[in-house]
Design a binder for this molecule. Structure first.
Ligand SMILES: C[S@@+](CC[C@H](N)C(=O)[O-])C[C@H]1O[C@@H](n2cnc3c(N)ncnc32)[C@H](O)[C@@H]1O
Length: 282
């Protein structure tokens, strides 16, 4: 008998394992680094007071907490995420702030919210990880009222995002040749291609799909040391290095530090960030 793979099993393992634990550990820094993308998301979403809002792949919860402020206690701000450690952090923050935001640890591609649907689905970098994106977005559309709207922010291509591309490119000559990966595999760049995302959302039943590019520098760290630590711990370079020994990591760390030093500004290590703000109606 062939073994049945559970949907999103690899992502669940990563976000409940080392990756999720690192996101909790670096939560403050990541929230600061990614703050401009939350501002862009909320500016596009234009949530109304008393909206019911679902934050997909909410992680440590900063955007759900912000949604809770915007919709007020007449509204609802609910976050869903696969990761128990990250959602745990989100709940702690909600309690500490006295926020009415709520959280579910669940797979957004399967959790059924159709009995109590939302006015708005939002996400900051939380929708690019589904094994079956059309199936996932069909399920998410059932979580929306017929008048509902979807707004998310996702990364454009890796070359356009030098904050991730530059450290990886510096490291590659020191590592064995990498197999050419599937550009559409679940991961940060899976939604870079506008035509693909339009197809996914249309096949899932969404209407009026639109894309607005949003580009802003990403401050990877206040110093080269902080930026280096971030690049070595989280993201594509960290994944490439996971199986390598300490000597290799040290050699890589030296060349990546030299590369990052080129981008040091008075604000910190600043490289290009490039995203789509994607919107659609139910
Ligand atoms: C790049 S992180 C972004 C976290 C958060 N939105 C933020 O901006 O800080 C991606 C998040 O998506 C979550 N995720 C991935 N696949 C998911 C799924 N199938 N259902 C729910 N959450 C998922 C991960 O656990 C992770 O927290």
């Amino acid at each position: 008998m062939s073994e049945q793979k559970t949907a999103n099993a690899e992502q669940s393992e990563a976000w409940n394992g080392a990756t999720g634990v690192k996101w909790v550990r670096y939560q403050d820094r990541l929230d600061t680094m990614l703050a401009p993308f939350a501002v862009a998301l909320f500016s596009a979403a234009n949530l109304s007071h008393s909206d019911k809002t679902l934050d997909i792949g909410c992680g440590c919860g900063i955007t759900t907490l912000e949604a809770a402020k915007l919709v007020g206690t007449q509204g609802r701000a609910h976050g869903i995420d696969l990761s128990a450690p990250m959602t745990g952090r989100a709940r702690e923050r909600a309690t500490a702030l006295g926020s009415h935001a709520t959280f579910d640890v669940a797979d957004a591609s399967a959790r059924d919210y159709s009995a109590d649907p939302f006015d708005h689905l939002i996400s900051r970098f939380g929708v690019m990880f589904f094994d079956d994106p059309v199936g996932a977005f069909k399920n998410l559309r059932r979580a929306l009222k017929p008048t509902g709207r979807l707004t998310f922010v996702c990364w454009r291509s890796m070359p356009e995002n030098s904050w991730l591309a530059a450290p990886t490119r510096a490291a590659l000559p020191l590592l064995p040749p990498q197999p050419k990966g599937d550009p559409f595999a679940p991961g940060p760049f899976a939604f870079a291609d506008q035509n693909r995302v339009t197809g996914i959302l249309s096949d899932a039943g969404f209407n009026n799909v639109s894309f607005t590019p949003y580009d802003t520098p990403v401050i990877l760290g206040r110093s080269v040391e902080e930026a280096l630590d971030q690049a070595m711990q989280i993201g594509p370079l960290a994944r490439l290095l996971a199986e390598h020994d300490d000597a290799t990591k040290k050699r890589v760390s030296d060349v990546v530090a030299a590369e990052l030093a080129k981008f040091l500004t008075p604000q910190g290590v600043s490289l290009a960030g490039a995203t789509w703000i994607v919107q659609a109606t139910a």
